[in-house]
Write a protein that binds this ligand. Sequence first.
Ligand code: 5AD
Length: 347
Amino acid sequence: MDADKIIDKLYESCGASLEELEFLIDCRNEETAQKLFALARSRALENYGNKIYVRGLVEISSFCKNDCLYCGIRRSNKNAQRYRLTKDEILECCREGWALGFRTFVLQGGEDAYYTDDIMTDIVASIRAGYPDCAITLSLGEKTREAYQRYYDAGANRYLLRHETATPEHYAKLHPKELSLASRMECLQNLKEIGYQVGCGFMVGSPYQTTADLARDLLFIKSFAPQMVGIGPFIPHHDTPFADKPAGTAELTLFLLAIVRLMNPKVLLPATTALGTIEGDGRERGILAGCNVVMPNLSPQSVRKKYMLYDNKLSSGEEAAEARAALERRVEAIGYRVVTDRGDYKG
Ligand code: 5AD
């Protein structure tokens, strides 16, 4: 096999076989990476120009009933600082975000039983009523189809639910036994059928991950055809069972982001907080590898340090919503511009 030919094929046909993807990943070097990044950039440019969309991220709760082995807010982490935002606090975040120019609000949180379907539906409906021109994105984990439908009917437009890994055995090594890839997939399917713009995704360098797992993730994403894909490096959290596992690298994350851009030309692809956390210029490098979204933090200052999914998670600097001007400068310095429209999927 020849890496150059695989990259050409990715660019021309937006596809590759499992074996080709494995080969490309295993044999990657500076040269293949640069070629991939250049093509991924031009694909993003063709579809979205040099626009970078911003999403205001509101982390509504650090309570979670789940016990995912990698996650700092897992149920059994007794040291985690727990908080939840009230409806008024969430609306206040949206108010501030709107004034800062955000037209997408992403409500993300652990699976927290406090937010019953009634409460959540009411929160979504209130945001919808107050901000008719904004997109509402939810990232609240696995819910019943009925719950997803109610949030959608109340005005939610998008839903982020990473599949985490498309290999069932790998999924089982990252999650407690109550969680399964099958139910995660069922949720993703339900979201899509209801009409959400859906995001899936995975961590790069998560414990026990193999190249074949990554190739299966890429093929799953291609076949599921999501509107958004979230990919960031795994970063250990000191109070989890994976405390001593090595972090994923920015280098491999960028390589995979570029492949995702080539396989899914129109996908909305964020340069994630985790990428910015392991590398100071991670998000710029993400943009230069085909990303076209950034998601600054709009949560109240008082809770930002409590939503610690992994160690050293960024919550200030250009990561913070109030640092819009600084973010704009950094994005402009690499030839792009931050735009304030909703940034819907161009289907
Ligand atoms: N490192 C990187 N990403 C993490 N996430 C959770 N824990 C970690 C970690 N330790 C990601 C998961 C989840 C998203 C909200 O955050 O992929 O879907």
